[in-house]
Design a protein around this ligand. Structure first.
Ligand SMILES: [Zn+2]
Length: 332
């Protein structure tokens, strides 16, 4: 029994010793625990208001970043200048730099042009034109050129009107069919432009075939009586000549489907997009049989600087409206 009070003292001492902080680090961790429990209490206290604020800030940041992204995307989309991401929607078998077979196809084309008695001259490389040339019968300073018996008159731009041989050949070949319909003169907005495709009101990140010199945007056709058939003004009213020209070109086999106010009322309400249809695919297949070194020799050429190409493509007349509906809205 005498041991009782002593034992009680010892037990009490042990309890005190264990509950009291014994080292500085234990003190600090106890303080941290207290502080964090205090924060939890405070959080419980202010509760919803604080977490709502946090969520609102996060949402605002997300919205701002999304808006920045949208603005950048819009800027990219609005720009018609091709960039590294611009895809190519090119003729079958087409590649860049041009393969040997593509250049051979170009040579065959110029021979055919000679046979068709079209006067032409080679011109400097522009954009991604495989066989660049100008049709030169009407003089270097003329705004007009003649192909297949039809006079082509430039509405906005000064010469030279550089195009790919295949466009010149298609227009020379199918000109007589247009003549039969009564067409004598064609007023065009542009041929070569280093731009992206624009169709159905949107700029696509795809290289336009104007950049290949294969397409021509036409604003009006003049008939043998001198009557002007304007795409913007007369096509919606069902102008017979315009409709028959569209059908003739589509049925000729020499052109891709003409873009008109009928199939693209947004971006082609004021002009026809007329484009030579060409495939390099057969040549590619024939080329596969040739020794590899010969087939690959064209690859040694370096791709031209896109910036330079854009500069070269902007050979617009000073009097031309920089961004007319025609220039801006024209496409493919
Ligand atoms: Zn076009």
């Amino acid at each position: 029994m005498r041991r009782g009070p002593l034992l009680a003292l010892l037990v009490a001492g042990a309890v005190v010793a264990s509950s009291a902080p014994s080292t500085p680090s234990a003190e600090a961790s106890a303080a941290r625990r207290k502080a964090s429990s205090g924060e939890r209490q405070a959080a419980k206290g202010s509760g919803k208001a604080s977490s709502t604020r946090t969520r609102a800030t996060a949402r605002a940041k997300r919205v701002a970043s999304e808006r920045r992204k949208q603005r950048r995307k819009k800027k990219r989309e609005l720009s018609r200048v091709p960039n590294r991401r611009t895809a190519t929607n090119m003729p079958r078998g087409w590649r860049w730099p041009p393969s040997r077979s593509m250049r051979t196809a170009g040579e065959r084309c110029t021979e055919a042009l000679e046979q068709a008695k079209v006067p032409w001259e080679r011109s400097a490389r522009e954009g991604k034109i495989v066989t660049p040339l100008v049709v030169s019968a009407d003089g270097a300073s003329s705004r007009e050129l003649t192909l297949g018996g039809i006079v082509y008159h430039s509405k906005y731009r000064k010469p030279p009107f550089t195009m790919d041989c295949h466009l010149a050949l298609a227009l020379a070949t199918h000109g007589p069919a247009l003549q039969e319909l009564g067409v004598r003169k064609v007023v065009f907005g542009s041929i070569f432009r280093f731009t992206k495709v624009r169709a159905h009101g949107k700029t696509k990140n795809v290289l336009s075939r104007h950049a290949l010199g294969l397409a021509m945007d036409v604003v009006s056709f003049e008939d043998e009586a001198g009557v002007v058939h304007d795409v913007l003004r007369d096509y919606p009213a069902g102008d017979e000549l315009l409709r028959s020209v569209e059908d003739a070109l589509n049925g000729s086999g020499g052109f891709r489907t003409v873009l008109t106010p009928r199939n693209d009322p947004t971006s082609h309400h004021d002009h026809f997009h007329i484009e030579a249809d060409i495939s390099y695919y057969e040549d590619e297949r024939n080329l596969a049989a040739l020794p590899r070194a010969a087939a690959g020799e064209a690859d040694e050429e370096h791709e031209e600087n896109a910036e330079h190409e854009v500069g070269a493509g902007q050979a617009t007349d000073k009097s031309a409206p920089a961004e007319t509906g025609l220039e801006h809205g024209s496409s493919r």
